[in-house]
Design a protein around this ligand. Structure first.
Ligand SMILES: [Zn+2]
Length: 263
């Protein structure tokens, strides 16, 4: 599951490759939009909102192409005729200009909406960790609306704050010394936690390797995520790997039982 900074990088990639250019060919390989043809339309920009990508395209009408990477998705920018890095049958959207082809592979969501309807896509989101209007106090207020919820679940709820995925949720809880099952009301300093989330994503959005430890070397860049059974970097206790969350939305969670004692 990509984190908000990964989605922000995808938006930067598309924005740099396509903005201001006229589309020469489009191919949306999703049944509902298979007949759509935006050739001749001009790409205005691509922005991220939480984990959602919005590509604004002006043709006879002002459209927004909404895509979401979900688990395995990714956008790649290539030269026309260039070799695709993933199998062609996994392509969901192709946007071609005179000198560039952008291909969206394995996208979890693909839809075209009128620009004025963007709010129906992203209006429900909480404050965007990498958005221009980031508001830590509002994120805290929204978290407090569900005081009995486990903090790990609450951090992943994009209507509370937008941009935290499973990796950052695990890392933030370790950094705060808070057990994942702790109810929101019992977390000592939520404001500090959401401000740290903002700092981590803000730093990492410009890096190829996401780091929460400050070390960019792979294998040393994270405290607990993906490290089940390995010694805690602080205390040496084996990191615990557990599946937490509601049925259907359960995620693997990593934590140190010593550094993050259950309250
Ligand atoms: Zn520890």
């Amino acid at each position: 599951m990509p984190e908000g900074d990964t989605v922000w990088r995808a938006a930067q990639l598309l924005d740099g490759a396509l903005s201001g250019k006229v589309l020469t060919r489009t191919d949306v390989r999703v049944p509902a939009y298979a007949t759509w043809d935006l050739a001749g339309a001009r790409v205005v920009e691509t922005v991220s909102r939480g984990k959602h990508l919005l590509t604004r395209i002006d043709g006879e009408r002002r459209w927004t192409l909404h895509t979401h990477l979900k688990m395995e998705g990714g956008w790649r920018v290539l030269r026309p005729g260039g070799r695709w890095p993933r199998p062609a049958h996994t392509a969901r959207v192709i946007l071609e200009t005179a000198d560039t082809v952008a291909v969206g592979f394995q996208l979890g969501i693909v839809e075209l909406v009128a620009r004025e309807e963007e709010d129906t896509i992203v209006g429900h989101l909480g404050p965007d960790l990498l958005g221009p209007g980031w508001d830590a106090a509002e994120a805290v207020r929204r978290l407090h609306e569900q005081p009995d919820r486990a903090i790990k679940e609450a951090l992943l709820d994009q209507t509370r704050l937008a941009g935290v995925g499973n990796m950052y949720a695990c890392e933030l809880l370790f950094l705060a010394g808070v057990a994942p099952e702790t109810p929101v009301r019992a977390v000592p300093d939520l404001l500090r936690m959401v401000e740290r989330a903002h700092q981590l994503l803000d730093h990492n959005r410009h890096r190829a390797v996401q780091s929460t430890t400050g070390d960019l070397a792979r294998g040393r860049n994270l405290w607990v995520y993906g490290r089940g059974g390995q010694p805690c970097r602080r205390c040496g206790t084996p990191i615990v790997e557990a599946t937490l969350g509601d049925a259907g939305r359960a995620r693997v969670t990593y934590s140190c039982p010593s550094c993050q004692p259950a309250s």
